[in-house]
Design a protein around this ligand. Sequence first.
Ligand code: CP
Length: 321
Amino acid sequence: MTRTHLPFGDKRDSAFYGTDIVSVSQFDKDDLDYIFEVAHEMRNMVARIGAFDLLKGKLLANLFYEPSTRTSSSFTAAMERLGGGVISINEVRYSSVSKGESLPDTVRTLERYADVIVLRHPDVGATALAARYTTKPIINAGDGVGEHPTQALLDLFTIREELGDVDGLTVTMVGDLKYGRTVHSLAKLLSGFDVNLQFVSPDILPMPDDILAGLDESGAPYEQLNSLDSVIAGTDVLYVTRVQRERFDDEADYDRVKNEFVIDTDTLTAAKQRMIVMHPLPRVNEITMEVDDDPRAAYFRQMEYGMYVRMALLAMVLGKA
Ligand code: CP
């Protein structure tokens, strides 16, 4: 996608107007620059005036079939800071889904009330499916072990805001790389940059073959490892993920690997001073709380960057950026 518009016009001919956000694969580098330009402007606007009326009169439907704290509440915060309103269905068991309503019918219902739908669902491909049944823009907030594109966008924005240029960095992803949809989306997104990727995981939780095949196709260099020791000193971004108990069929497998990688202050002793520790959160044990006091711990700042990126995305798909 290419565009020439600057932020905050009423640009209904914007390439993003009415666009579904399903996968990071739909964005090229110009798109990313544009999203981050708008997100950066949103950050400045929030710092200056807190909230403004760019999306006054617009409604967002937050439809979550899986639990969420950050994605759900940051989309709500983003919409409300832009002057819009939110319909929240955060527990679908209290909705007509519990009576057997299908996903297509649920989104066909919500599009009658709202201007944009944000969907989290346990099935890979659910957002793409739902998008076929609604004319309103729909945003993937996580589809099972598939993708979490807005998380990857906020992750990349975090890296840019914290470290400047993305090219030349070594990004080390550690933890559950098999079921972690955030690392799937981020690896895809980073493959368009000149980065060095290191994947560190328990033996039963490697990065999936389809993601590795995509990296091979794009020529992005990567290494798969089972220890952090040899890579921590050269790492610029340490991206830690939770081992996702809810994705395991066998609890014994989860117990065997859940604490295999724990980032603590000793880990950071070996790391660069100018590096950042990221995590999509929630965390369980994989980063100790002592690390929170280290300025390199970027994971709480990362959540806030997410609100600015989601403000930008909402403004764009609704034709206001
Ligand atoms: N990072 C993330 O997706 O967090 P939530 O599950 O709390 O939305």
